[in-house]
Design a protein around this ligand. Structure first.
Ligand SMILES: Cc1ncc(COP(=O)(O)O)c(C=O)c1O
Length: 393
């Protein structure tokens, strides 16, 4: 019996080697990866540029120093993150929940600085922000919260894509200091915010002096076809939470601030022992530079459109909906379909099912058209066979 704590329902497969968008298990079986370790492995596996940069960093002997000292790699990474987000200050941490937790702290501090004793944050139904006490309290899923009450106070929940609900909160709650939104909900089932809605939300934030916080831990870093989803809507948020794809597999998170949130955190307000260490920062710099140099934003947009288009034409009305943006794609079935993960593994394809009935595809951004065609060719028969079996039952 394994001593690993039983917090995940794991599939009995272990990947031990990878190259590009391909993985191999212990028995040498080859798989096409359409999940990228849940939106993490931006550059796929064994990308020569990342391997070389990390090897060089390790060989220097300095993989960690401390935030007590200057860290040149962190300065280089922060410059790049500031450039691609269009924001000003970057706090590096080690995971998505830390990035959203820091964002929540920024919103509270911002409220207090304005004289609000008990600041509130508007959050969305079905959103996922992490599993710390504050971030699970912000999360719109009872499954994530159950058993961990009392929840952290100060969150007001509204449905996604419903501006009127936000206006109603604004009309009676003077304590609101921020809106926290995952502009494409990942865990919740690839629920895409309408761009018009995002712009309306931003306008309400401006009217009321609230922070607009974009949790782009899953949908950011090129996955949507642009660096960030808010760039599709054409405005700048005040805070962006990042992690997952930011360092292609090395654990890194970032809370990035600008606009009304600039300067809110002062020395002593936040910290992290590991956050921003030279090893992780080398991975950030290399990931961002490689996305640029290899044109991976455009690739994400075109290959994503290709996958969505062919899934729609092959599956059509047999499924509830095929939706997504760039390489963040969901196929919603009309019934729970968790067993498809196992069927896909048998067929040499790595996928995920989230929100019970949504097949989720988050391939590495280096996936090219020929490989994407293979994803569709492998997935479509599996979904059809599943639906036929259900219809016959
Ligand atoms: C949008 C979003 N925010 C936050 C998190 C939490 O990230 P982590 O698991 O790295 O703590 C996730 C993880 O799935 C996420 O998708």
């Amino acid at each position: 019996m394994s001593h690993v704590m039983n917090t995940y329902a794991r599939q009995p497969v272990a990947f031990v080697r990878g190259e590009g968008v391909w993985l191999w298990d212990e028995a040498g079986k080859k798989y096409l990866d359409a999940l990228a370790g849940i939106a993490v492995n931006t550059l796929g596996y064994a990308h020569p540029r990342l391997t070389a940069a990390l090897t060089k960093r390790i060989q220097s002997g300095v993989i960690h120093t401390s935030n007590l000292w200057r860290i040149p790699d962190q300065e280089a990474a922060a410059d790049r993150v500031a450039e691609i987000t269009g924001l000003d200050e970057v706090f590096f941490c080690n995971s998505g929940l830390e990035a959203t937790e820091a964002s929540i702290k920024v919103a509270r501090k911002y409220g207090h600085d304005k004289g609000i004793a008990e600041p509130a944050i508007i959050v969305m139904e079905k959103a996922f922000h992490g599993r710390s006490l504050a971030t699970l309290s912000a999360t719109g899923s009872r499954k994530v919260q159950a058993g961990f009450e009392p929840l952290v106070q100060g969150f007001v929940r509204v449905p996604l894509n419903d501006l009127e609900s936000v206006r109603q909160v604004a009309s009676h709650n003077r304590n609101v200091s921020a809106v926290l939104i995952e502009p494409i909900q990942g865990e919740g089932g690839i629920n895409v915010s309408r761009l018009e809605y995002l712009r309306g939300l931003k306008q309400l934030c401006d009217e009321h002096g609230w922070l607009f916080i974009s949790d782009e831990v899953q949908c950011g870093l090129g996955r949507s076809g642009k660096w960030f989803v808010y760039q599709h809507a054409g405005f700048q948020p005040d805070v962006v939470a990042l992690a997952k794809g930011l360092a292609s597999g090395v654990p890194v998170g970032a809370c990035v601030v600008g606009g009304r949130a600039k300067g809110v955190f002062k020395p002593g307000n936040h910290g992290s022992t590991f956050g921003g260490n030279p090893l992780a920062m080398t991975a950030v710099v290399t990931t961002i530079d490689t996305i640029k140099d290899e044109g991976l934003l455009a690739n994400s947009a075109t290959v994503g459109e290709q996958i969505i288009g062919s899934l729609r034409s092959h599956l059509g009305s047999a499924v509830a909906e095929v939706r997504g943006m760039g390489l963040m794609i969901g196929v919603e079935l009309k019934e729970p379909c968790g067993e498809l993960v196992k069927h896909a593994l048998d067929a040499g394809l790595v996928i995920n099912v989230t929100a019970d009935n949504v097949v989720r595809l988050l391939p590495p951004l280096v996936m090219r058209e020929a490989e994407a065609r293979q994803v569709v060719e492998r997935l479509v028969p599996l979904v059809k066979a599943f639906l036929d079996k259900r219809a016959a039952a």
